[in-house]
Every structure is written in structure tokens, then in C-alpha cells.
Design a binder for this molecule. Sequence first.
Ligand code: SF4
Ligand code: SF4
Length: 98
Amino acid sequence: MTYLISEPCIDIKDRSCVDVCPVDCIHEADRMLVIDPEECIDCGACEPECPVEAIFPEDALPEKWEPFVKINHSFGEGLPLVNGLVETYAVENNVQNS
Ligand code: SF4
Ligand code: SF4
């Protein structure tokens, strides 16, 4: 299991979660941060730190944000892939967080 970051982080990126992660597995992409599922130890420390409630355990991610399973799990394949998936999602869903 892992925790995942979802839509509310897009264009917010305040980085509160990064400061509390004991294994430094939260990484910065262009428009949001993502968790590397290979590194996450499932401690839950990041979840209450997020001011926009973007962080969930994978098995509790709201269904409407299912694309963020792939987005976080793509970290291992490189940030260009993550950035492309986030951009596609943001355009298709007209994301306007600020
Ligand atoms: S659950 Fe723990 S290890 Fe995983 S990203 Fe959050 S703080 Fe880091
Ligand atoms: S605390 Fe929330 S909004 Fe801030 S960077 Fe982390 S996931 Fe994104």
C-alpha cells in the first residue's frame, strides 16, 4: 500500500507534506507533487498536513480521482511522463485550483 496525492494539489504545491515525510518520497513535478509508491512506507504523516486534503491512502482515494493512481505510480518512469499525465488530466477536467 501507499499514499497518493490527487487533484487538489495541482497548482497549489505548498509543500507542507514534504517537510514531514520521514523517507523523502514526495517529489515535485511541474504542477503538483507526487508520492513514489516504491519508497512510501505508509506512515500517514503527510495526510493531515495537506491544507487542501489532496492526500489519501490508495485504497481510500475518491473514485473521481482514480487517474491519480497512475500519475503517482508513474514517478518511477520519470517526471516527463508524470507531467504529461497531469497536464492531460488538468485540461480534460478544466482544473482551476488557486
Ligand atoms: S505516508 Fe509517510 S512515507 Fe508515505 S508519503 Fe506520506 S509521509 Fe511519506
Ligand atoms: S501539502 Fe497538499 S497541496 Fe501541499 S504539496 Fe503536499 S499534497 Fe500538495
